[in-house]
Design a protein around this ligand. Structure first.
Ligand code: UFG
Length: 329
């Protein structure tokens, strides 16, 4: 198939492009490279540098390529930044995807996999979280993704555009060949920051809050390997072609690790000293997020391969050791 990947130079997008190409698909990538990295784009993918909010640009991409389905990763994704710049988030994440859907409609492309998030749930009432949990986002990032999910529902009803929304929990790790991995600027995520401490690039890791109602007082998250997320997108495309039914799926491992447990595991994997200090809570952090991915396992026939935290951190560590400055090397 010929798949258009929007945001294919970003962290999860670039890993999905690698998986698609490995499985024999042709890939067209759109990325404005404002957060993504040109070096992260697979050599066999056809890259268009441009923005989803530019309709003329999008029409050109659809005219020049016969696209069978779209995967949309293109978005801002920093929770903290979204709280101080909500308009920037709604403009890019919601308006950008609306423009993409308009171009798809024009080009008669009727299938899309959309990159959504556990942040659509906010502070959940039930753990593990299944897709029936209430959606009460606690930040504009999660709200922007939920808004697009709603837009997609109406585009299905009106235009027959079939969609699958994948709500990721905490993505981590890097590609098996060591060619691509996680490189954000600024880096805000727990595992890369811990590994930067192990590399000596940072003095210490700040633990945001030790007074949560969890096993050791620190926040609990469900870490899922980025290539497991990538493979779920391919399963989602296959399902859209097979069943022509839209749906929403959580993607996680179903196991929660506290911030302290993640740091301890990283000490074991790297065999290096990793200094940590307790700080204030970070605003907007839910205490515990653990997925039930039962629906994805049953309906998408998806199965995560990396189901232990040590393996996930090992994979991230390999990337960070070989690319201490990310794609700048
Ligand atoms: N944390 C620290 N110190 C740090 C960084 C993070 O203690 O320096 C803690 C956070 O407070 C949180 C946990 O580590 O409890 C994980 O934090 P991340 O920033 O790595 O990830 P989040 O859980 O905040 O966010 C992730 C994705 C978001 C998505 C969200 C869903 O990055 O895109 O999950 O809730 F929205």
């Amino acid at each position: 198939m010929n798949i258009l990947v929007c945001g294919g130079a970003g962290y999860i997008g670039s890993h999905t492009v690698y998986e698609l190409i490995e499985q024999g698909h042709s890939v067209v990538v759109i990325d404005n490279l404002c957060k993504g990295h040109k070096k992260a784009v697979h050599k066999e993918a056809k890259l268009y540098v441009g923005d989803l909010r530019d309709s003329l640009f999008l029409d050109k991409v659809f005219e020049e390529n016969k696209i069978d389905a779209v995967i949309d990763f293109a978005a801002y994704s920093l929770v903290g930044e979204s709280c101080s710049e909500p308009l920037m988030y709604f403009e890019n994440n919601v308006f950008g995807t609306i423009k993409l859907l308009e171009a798809m409609k024009k080009a008669n492309v009727k299938k899309i996999v959309f990159s959504s998030t556990a942040a659509t749930y906010g502070e959940p009432e039930n753990i593990p979280i299944d897709e029936k949990e209430k959606n009460v986002p606690t930040n504009p990032y999660g709200e922007s993704k939920l808004m697009v999910e709603k837009v997609l529902k109406w585009c299905d009803k009106a235009y027959g555009i079939k969609y699958i929304c994948l709500r990721y929990f905490n993505a981590a790790g890097a590609y098996k060949t060591g060619e691509i991995g996680e490189d954000h600027f600024p880096e805000t995520h727990l595992i890369p920051i811990i590994l930067q401490v192990a590399l000596g690039k940072r003095e210490e890791i700040s633990i945001f809050g030790e007074d949560y109602n969890t096993k050791d007082g620190t926040c609990v998250r469900d870490y899922i390997h980025v290539t497991d997320l990538a493979s779920a997108h391919i399963k989602a495309i296959e399902k859209l072609f097979k069943d022509e039914v839209s749906g929403i799926y959580n993607l996680g491992n179903g196991t929660g690790f506290s911030v302290k447990e993640v740091i301890e595991c990283a000490r074991k994997v790297t065999q290096r000293e990793i200094k940590a200090k307790i700080c204030e809570r970070r605003p907007g952090d839910p205490s515990t997020l653990i997925a039930s991915s039962k629906k994805a396992i049953e309906e998408l026939k998806w199965q995560p391969k990396f189901n232990c935290l040590e393996q996930i951190i090992e994979s991230a560590w390999k990337w960070h050791l070989n690319h201490p400055n990310g794609y700048e090397d």
